[in-house]
Design a protein around this ligand. Structure first.
Ligand SMILES: Cc1cc2nc3c(=O)[nH]c(=O)nc-3n(C[C@H](O)[C@H](O)[C@H](O)COP(=O)(O)O)c2cc1C
Length: 167
């Protein structure tokens, strides 16, 4: 299922309100909806390290991407905050997202003919999810896994585990 450029722009329109250090607003965005270009981006990504060497098939590949770029090329908290807005806003539209750092960022920049003044900091893949995902309690291993019903399970630490002090 395709995701229109209009939808991608609406997500960026939400993200541009994200809090950022010094209100500098240094992040720039590249939307990728065109089929030829989504295929180019897909070829530069590495997926799901805990399922290696498995990689998604072309049929399962994302419909679109929102890519962040910045002059200094160093991803930081600002990218994280903007990315969370994009993923939450996309979820509201039934769209799933995956943030990717394991990407050949210079190849993507070259394939998409991005102004060399900007360096890619983060890739967000978007698509309508084809598989179910379930949060499971952390039981000693952070690795996501597929259960016997082929559901993608993501272990999360408990509240007691993550709060280290109550003063
Ligand atoms: C900063 C960051 C970088 C990530 N990089 C990749 C990546 O390169 N490839 C990938 O398949 N997933 C990547 N992920 C997705 C994580 O593996 C995923 O968020 C994690 O397993 C938790 O699952 P959840 O997002 O469903 O809670 C990344 C996530 C974050 C936040």
């Amino acid at each position: 299922m395709k995701i229109s450029e209009e939808v991608l722009l609406s997500l960026v329109d939400d993200a541009r309100f994200a809090s950022c250090g010094g209100n500098k607003q240094e992040i720039r965005y590249i939307t990728v909806a065109d089929e030829v270009n989504t295929a180019k981006v897909f070829s530069s990504l590495k997926w799901a390290q805990y399922f290696a060497p498995w990689q998604p098939s072309t049929d399962e590949s994302p419909s679109a991407y929102i890519i962040m770029a910045k002059k200094d090329g160093n991803p930081g908290i600002d990218e994280g905050l903007a990315a969370e807005i994009i993923t939450l806003s996309a979820a509201e539209k039934g769209i799933g997202c995956c943030l990717l750092m394991n990407a050949d960022r210079s190849k993507i920049a070259s394939d998409l003919d991005i102004d060399p003044e900007y360096k890619i900091t983060l890739v967000i893949a978007l698509g309508y999810p084809s598989e179910k995902v379930k949060i499971t309690p952390f039981a000693g291993d952070v690795k996501y896994y597929r259960d016997s019903d082929d559901i993608h399970c993501v272990p999360k630490r408990s509240l007691e585990d993550v709060v280290i002090a109550r003063r």
